[in-house]
Write a protein that binds this ligand. Structure first.
Ligand SMILES: *[C@@H]1O[C@H](CO)[C@@H](O)[C@H](O)[C@H]1NC(C)=O
Ligand SMILES: *[C@@H]1O[C@H](CO)[C@@H](O)[C@H](O)[C@H]1NC(C)=O
Ligand SMILES: *[C@@H]1O[C@H](CO)[C@@H](O)[C@H](O)[C@H]1NC(C)=O
Ligand SMILES: *[C@@H]1O[C@H](CO)[C@@H](O)[C@H](O)[C@H]1NC(C)=O
Ligand SMILES: *[C@@H]1O[C@H](CO)[C@@H](O)[C@H](O)[C@H]1NC(C)=O
Length: 489
């Protein structure tokens, strides 16, 4: 009897709660995602936009790009090394992740590894008691707001175990454990597939290495030609493809394989893995500091920015410390100029006080997915999306200037990639005239145009995987961009 009463009571509560739900107006829900999706860490990485590489080691003292492995550690004497200065230079440019070459191909270790004496231990710097990796992570931690990343070259020209698969892979893993265990949180680790000509049969046990990385660092992104978290863009000029998908098929990728370079550059609209591209480039010609070189012009850095960050990628800018152990004043200055130029261009969105309208919107008026969302400060989770009307392929969103016209030369479009990268092709029309025919958008797409003076800017989504979700749109004025004249900056 008690049992019967009890289940009767449960039924009643259940029915009452159903009534409560149906009595309330239903809030329109977000659409289903289009797979694959980024992980939490990949999404954080993407939002960094510009990150920094620091190539530093014995090459800094020998004026070379690739060492030999025969360098005498006594040459490593960065008498004025101050990692706080590196971090300050990065912070001035708004950079939030710095990646240091803990070991380059020459095998010299910037930290006192237990497994070799070819390191700071054998150098005169701080009488062999120094640790550059420690100074680097210490400065980052002291500053706050910036994260650390590391590069440990698989190729090692110094160590005699290199070329002997088992011994070398054990040695490499031992060093990886030192770096990922002792220096706190590491947000990105960089791998390449470079190998010595005399050791072509050397295998790198990437599967073991990556598993170990995952075990030791929970929120790290692993970079290599083939990911698994971040892929190489396929060149060292910092240029992503005009079409740039964060999706790709990892099964078609392998590390150090020249035949996949074009595929890496554009990604794959049908790709089943989320594996966005990182664009590595140096602020100077070389990766290591050379007295004879100077930093790129501001206009060149901006060109790279538009072609990397502006094409759905992250820009990894190398700024090499010099032989004193400091980032040269010229480079620090250029970096600061670069950061302020980006601020100048993008801090002001000329579309902000305009009318905005779209072909349709999910959930109707006040449904939460209206076009006004593209002008708020959230560039990820609030977005405009059209009504789900089945076969209809084309959608548009339009910005109308209240009175007079607007002068701009950059159009910024951002997709809500948290629910998948979707846009396959789009167009931009100003006052009825087509100015841009573009393909992918992704996290951020920047179109630089000749000066436009117009009143109605319409972005047309021609084709999309599922409904398009646009999280942000900007009309900007770039005073540094002069497509017809010489680049004066
Ligand atoms: C690589 O090849 C060389 C020369 O054929 C051989 O001596 C060496 O043992 C090989 N290494 C491995 C790890 O197989
Ligand atoms: C390089 O990539 C291509 C295309 O995926 C593949 O066919 C080839 O086997 C790869 N080569 C190596 C050495 O992995
Ligand atoms: C990637 O994988 C998908 C799903 O299997 C497939 O449809 C697509 O053709 C693949 N891409 C390439 C370039 O093979
Ligand atoms: C390294 O840069 C610092 C800061 O500009 C400068 O004081 C120092 O002289 C430079 N070292 C060399 C070797 O050029
Ligand atoms: C990128 O694509 C657009 C539209 O298809 C085209 O006008 C432009 O020339 C392309 N740029 C490059 C560098 O390929």
């Amino acid at each position: 009897m008690a049992k019967f009463w009890c289940s009767l009571c449960m039924i009643t509560i259940f029915q009452l709660s159903q009534l409560a739900i149906s009595g309330r107006e239903q809030v329109p829900t977000p659409p289903l995602p289009v797979l694959p999706l980024p992980t939490f860490s990949q999404l954080k990485w993407q939002q960094r936009e510009i990150i920094m590489f620091l190539h530093f080691g014995v090459n800094t003292f020998t004026d070379s790009e690739w060492g030999t492995g025969k360098e005498n550690p006594s040459i490593f004497k960065p008498v004025g090394l101050n990692a706080n200065q590196w971090v300050a230079a990065a912070a001035e440019a708004g950079i939030s992740l710095m990646i240091l070459t803990a070991k380059h191909h020459d095998g010299f270790c910037l930290w006192p590894s237990k497994y070799t004496d070819h390191s700071v231990i054998s150098s005169p710097w701080k009488n062999g008691r120094g640790d550059v990796v420690q100074e680097f992570v210490g400065a980052i931690k002291a500053h706050g707001g910036i994260d650390a990343g590391l590069y440990l070259s698989p190729w090692d020209l110094h160590d005699r175990r290199y070329g002997h698969d088992l011994q070398y892979n054990e040695f490499y893993l031992a060093q990886l454990q030192e770096l990922l265990n002792k220096y706190g949180s590491v947000k990105e680790i960089w791998f390449d597939g470079a190998k010595g000509k005399n050791a072509k049969n050397m295998s790198y046990y990437f599967t073991d290495w990556f598993a170990m990385v995952r075990e030791l660092q929970s929120s790290i992104n692993i970079f290599s030609d083939a990911g698994p978290d971040v892929r190489w863009v396929g060149n060292e000029q910092g240029f992503a493809g005009n079409t740039s998908w964060s999706t790709i098929n990892s099964t078609l990728l392998s590390i150090g394989n020249a035949s996949i370079i074009d595929y890496l550059n554009t990604g794959d609209p049908k790709g089943t893995n989320w594996l966005p591209a990182e664009c590595d480039v140096s602020i100077r010609k070389g990766w290591f500091w050379h007295k004879s070189e100077s930093p790129k012009k501001l206009s060149e850095l901006l060109e790279i920015y538009y072609n990397s960050v502006g094409r759905n990628c992250v820009m990894l800018l190398n700024v090499p410390p010099n032989s004193t152990g400091l980032i040269s004043e010229t480079d620090a200055h250029r970096l600061k100029e670069f950061g302020s130029a980006i601020d100048t261009i993008f801090s002001n969105n000329l579309a902000e006080n305009c009318f905005i309208e779209a072909s349709s919107q999910r959930g109707g008026k006040d449904g939460g997915f209206g076009p006004e969302n593209v002008l708020d400060s959230d560039h990820l989770w609030t977005y405009w999306t059209p009504r789900d009307d089945g076969d209809r392929k084309e959608h548009w969103i339009e910005i109308r200037v209240p009175n007079g016209g607007l002068k701009f030369n950059v159009v910024r479009i951002q997709e809500a990639i948290g629910l998948g990268q979707r846009i396959v092709s789009h167009e931009i029309h100003v006052d009825g005239k087509k100015l841009v025919e573009g393909t992918t958008v992704g996290y951020k797409r920047l179109h630089r145009l000749e000066q436009v003076h117009g009143q109605v800017v319409r972005i047309i989504i021609k084709e999309s995987k599922g409904q398009p979700l646009i999280s942000s749109i900007g009309l900007h004025s770039d005073p540094y961009w002069n497509p017809n004249g010489q680049l004066v900056f």
